[in-house]
Design a protein around this ligand. Sequence first.
Ligand SMILES: C[S@@+](CC[C@H](N)C(=O)[O-])C[C@H]1O[C@@H](n2cnc3c(N)ncnc32)[C@H](O)[C@@H]1O
Length: 250
Amino acid sequence: MRAIYKNKKLFLLVIFVITGLLSAISVVSSQADENLSDKEIIKRFNKIFYYSYAWRKDNPKWLGVPSLQNPCDNWVIQEIICEVKPDFIVETGTFMGGTALFYATVLEKVNKNGKIITVDIKPQVEEAAKVDIFRERVEVIKGDSVSPEVINAIAKKVKGHKTLVVLDSCHEKEHVLKELKMYSNFVSLNSYIVVQDTHIDGRPTLPGFGPGPMEAVEEFLKTTKDFKIDYDREKFLLTFCPSGFLKRIK
Ligand SMILES: C[S@@+](CC[C@H](N)C(=O)[O-])C[C@H]1O[C@@H](n2cnc3c(N)ncnc32)[C@H](O)[C@@H]1O
């Protein structure tokens, strides 16, 4: 009887100590959370948000077609389309065409003659092409986005027209830098060249990717005064294109 009583006392003591330890840990960790800067919280959330797509393999869709975008960025680009009302939106990196379809749906409302040109080395637009507006307004060019054939074909089409550009093909620095140099020539005054996925290579996602879109932007901006980063376009705080909304100011 005495042994049971003694064990019970010991048991209660152990429970008491564990509970105390757990509360101490939770107080310390909640203080640590409070010490995180807003910038750090946004960075962390960006990373969690990005990987949650990758884990679920369930990308956002527009009209049922995958659009490999952070919806906050699509929303901001929608705002840019409504302000600029471009005649052409040029996208590099079509993938399944959901984003081109999204641009087409918005553009139709603000420029009845507006068209999308989208380039991919291997476009997969079978689903997108089932939607009327895609067939009516989106031209898919198959090829390397920086090849002379592709650049010349686009240059002929957009010459003299108000043009907005979004870069989302190969994300290696050298490729993006080439795209920036070539496609920036198409961008009209007060329009934009949007460089997608500047958040990779540990900013904060995909550490170890190697030099990518962010490094390309940094190098491009050393060579020109015609563009400036429009930080106001990061207004939803959660963007996959930090420093990637480049506005033509000259
Ligand atoms: C990130 S995905 C594009 C996603 C698409 N913009 C969207 O929002 O759904 C990248 C695409 O770039 C294409 N790509 C890769 N290298 C390319 C190149 N050199 N020229 C053109 N397209 C390329 C790939 O085939 C792939 O479909």
